[in-house]
Design a protein around this ligand. Structure first.
Ligand code: DGJ
Length: 752
């Protein structure tokens, strides 16, 4: 791994054992993009005199009629660039734009210097991947300068030794005497030399988050984004380009992921020369940052992953990087406690006795963590009141959170608490004391969502106040886990804390305030396991993973729906980050009745827990739950820290399958799910992945029933025979016909 600089040709080469990223200084001093893909020979590995400048096209011979004065051969119109500007011969969407005192938006940032350093410097106030040791990564920081406005632009690139990923961000510094208005500042821009790609995105809505959508790239712009103030349920800050023939196990794929939780844009623009310009960053709409003299503006980080071995390989890089070098803290490397959450069991209708009863039953069957959801504070008896008042409701909890947390601990369980710190109801003491603390614009309507308003987290005094009130509860009680919810998007985004010219900064300043509060609480309470949530999966993004190593994947807990949601989420996010629970039937979102077995078999592939009152189950069902918990305890190390493979897509058919393999390939677990049954259905085989071809595996259905011994080679090449799915044959482990909503787990253990 290393970063090389060819001073003669001004070419930078970032490479590790598998990938290369090449960029260079162009004739006009701006930066050009040369290559991103499988590793190319580094200096010393190439024939003498060879260099990579030939990879520029359209530079020696201008393919445009809009050329630089005095140089008929130079135009940026068709040049592949690194962080392009608009207005001087390039007509594609720029990476940035700065409005200046004279009204002009024309800039000219040219190479001034660069620095190559070991490790990876921190981003200030923003989430980012990190290196724990200096030899894990190298960082290149290139400084470009625009003399006329006396401003600097620093582009930073980190290459990791152990991950086929490059992390990037940009930073602007105003050294001049006039204010600058940054109206666009992407985290990354890259021009790829062709457009023979399909674009994959994760899209959906509440209760159907992150469904996989695939479309071929076409000339023009195709994009996803969010203008909601959070990354949102609609699109995820992830964009994947894959070759048309690429599938899960082979072919080229490039993943672009933004480490950010606010408004974002991710787009691919195909130009007339079939160059694909990918850009990603804060959404430029409603963004306008005033950079006064001496100030800096730093973009969020974007991560680019290149995989030559298919989409599973790309996802595995994201999983490993995000699990070990984005998530942090005490819980990063630990398996997660099996929890029970009271939300769907009680909604707002509970008191201490009811909660303790739920906790006791759960503890009896092996649950480790009890989570008290919404409704424990202020006058919060419905969603119309109380948000903002973070004092325990002593009518419901006579001894407050302190008393309840002690009782839960006395049972031998950990205690968790729900919060929604970014919001207030108008019917709250907080709002009555500070009506101007919500985001709003004087003289305009104040739209609400779920009767709640968004607190102005761009203002430090608001964040301080919320911090102090929740920290007081946490200091006084024994809280081991926090579910941090956020139940509405932002409307009428205006702040009383900033002047007119800074109102375009509020969306970004808001999320910086959220990050600040998270950081303060994490620092003071390092033992707490945080789980982020936003009406289910409305803020499931890499930014959140930096503060909270797990996230509530979706409010939709139906096993069939979860197949699609968890499968889609796995394109970028580690299995251990996905909050996944077994809930009651009929399911509260889709009213479907699935078996307890299938609900468990889906929820295992995540953090695992229960979202119902186990006291309502029959003795037989409780025994099954006890078995599920024992199974998860036995296998969670493998599930949560193993290598995950998607095998069969719920977006392609009736059967979904996935598997995890341990690092030493001695253990694996395959999950196989069939939504609707059919008679005499065709034979089925599942080609497994990631096993040791020479190892002998004992395969057991659900870890109990022998299914035979097979070599890894057979299981990966001939496949695991799963034909007895179909009705008409008695599945050998059950002695009864299978039916709709059917699942099976195969546990593989290498012998000897
Ligand atoms: C939305 C969350 O996604 C639910 O799990 C639950 O915590 C409710 N909010 C509580 O209001």
């Amino acid at each position: 791994m290393g970063i090389q600089y060819d001073a003669k040709h001004q070419v930078f080469h970032l490479c590790n054992d598998h990938i290369s990223y090449l960029l260079a200084v162009l004739r006009n001093g701006q930066l050009g993009q040369l290559y991103f893909g499988s590793r190319l020979p580094a200096a010393g590995e190439m024939p003498k005199g060879h260099d990579y400048t030939y990879l520029f096209e359209g530079v020696k011979r201008a393919t445009s009629s809009y050329v630089y004065e005095g140089d008929f051969t130079f135009s940026l119109e068709h040049v592949r660039q690194e962080y392009p500007a608009y207005g001087t011969t390039d007509y594609r969407m720029p990476a940035f734009e700065i409005r200046q005192e004279d009204g002009s938006r024309i800039t000219d940032f040219v190479y001034a210097s660069h620095e190559i350093m070991d490790g990876k410097p921190k981003l200030q106030g923003l989430p980012a991947t990190y290196a724990e040791r200096a030899d894990e990564a190298q960082t290149l920081a290139i400084t470009l300068r625009d003399e006329k406005i006396d401003a600097e632009l620093v582009l930073s690139y980190t290459i990791f030794r152990d991950f086929d990923a490059i992390a990037r961000h940009a930073c602007f510094q105003n050294n001049g005497s006039a204010d600058l208005d940054i109206t666009r500042a992407m985290s990354l821009s890259i021009d790829l030399p062709d457009a023979d790609y399909e674009m994959l995105q994760l899209s959906g809505w509440w209760a159907r988050e992150r469904h996989l959508v695939t479309r071929p790239l076409a000339p023009g712009i195709q994009s996803v984004g969010s203008l909601r103030g959070h990354s949102g349920h609609v699109h995820n800050p992830l964009l994947i380009l894959k070759r048309p023939h690429t599938d899960e196990s082979q072919g080229e794929a490039i993943g672009f992921s933004l480490v950010y939780s606010g408004n974002f844009l991710a787009q691919a623009e195909v130009d007339t020369m079939d160059v694909t310009r990918v850009s990603m960053g804060i959404h430029p709409h409603a963004f306008d940052w005033c950079l006064a003299r001496g100030e800096r503006f730093q973009t969020p980080e974007a991560v680019m992953v290149y995989a030559a071995g298919g989409l599973n390989a790309m996802s595995q890089t994201f999983h490993a990087l995000y699990r070990t070098r984005l998530a942090r803290g005490t819980w990063r490397d630990k398996v997660r406690p099996i929890l029970i959450n009271n939300w769907e069991a009680t909604y707002f209708d509970f008191d201490e006795d009811k909660l303790l009863k739920i906790a006791r039953t759960a503890h009896d069957v092996g649950v480790e963590l009890f989570v008290l959801d919404d409704g424990w504070f202020g006058a919060r008896c419905s969603d119309t009141s109380g948000l903002g008042d973070w004092q325990p409701n002593t009518d419901r909890l006579p001894n407050g959170i302190k008393g309840l947390s002690e009782k839960i601990h006395a049972l031998g369980m950990k205690f968790g608490l729900w919060v929604e710190l970014e919001m207030a109801n108008k019917d709250s003491d907080l709002y009555r004391a500070h009506p101007d603390w919500i985001l709003h614009v004087d003289g305009r309507r104040e739209s609400h969502g779920r009767n709640q308003y968004v607190l102005d987290f761009s203002r430090k005094e608001v964040v301080d106040c919320i911090h102090d009130s929740i920290a007081k509860v946490l200091r006084a009680s024994s809280v081991d886990y926090i579910k941090w919810d956020m139940n509405r998007s932002i409307t009428e985004c205006g702040s009383k804390g900033f002047p007119a010219k800074r109102q375009g900064e509020i969306f970004h300043r808001y999320i910086l305030g959220v990050y600040d509060l998270y950081e303060r609480l994490r620092t003071e309470f390092p033992h707490i396991l945080f789980e982020s949530c936003a009406s289910g999966g409305g803020r499931f993004d890499p930014g959140m993973l930096y503060y909270a190593p797990q996230a509530w994947t979706s409010d939709d807990t139906d096993a069939v729906e979860r197949l699609a949601i968890q499968y889609g989420t796995s394109y970028a996010y580690p299995i251990v980050s996905m909050g996944s629970h077994v809930s009651a039937v009929p399911n509260h979102q889709v009213f479907r009745e699935t078996s307890l077995k299938m609900r468990g078999d889906v929820a295992y592939f995540g953090t695992f827990g229960y979202e119902l009152d186990l006291g309502t189950l029959s003795a037989e069902e409780l025994a099954e739950v006890r078995g599920q918990i024992a199974f998860m305890k036995e296998h969670r190390e493998l599930i949560q820290h193993g290598t995950f493979y998607r095998l069969k897509s719920p977006f392609a058919g009736n059967v979904t399958a996935w598997m995890v393999v341990s690092a030493d390939k001695k253990e694996a677990l395959v999950g196989c799910y069939k939504v609707l049954n059919s008679t005499c259905s065709p034979f089925q085989r599942l080609r497994l992945q990631g096993l040791d071809a020479r190892a002998d595996y004992a395969v057991k259905i659900d870890g109990r029933m022998d299914f035979g011994d097979y070599t890894g080679a057979e299981l990966m090449r001939a496949g695991l025979v799963t034909s007895d799915f179909s009705a008409g044959e008695a599945p050998r482990e059950e002695g009864k016909h299978c039916t709709d909503y059917w699942s099976r787990l195969y546990v593989l253990k290498a012998k000897g």
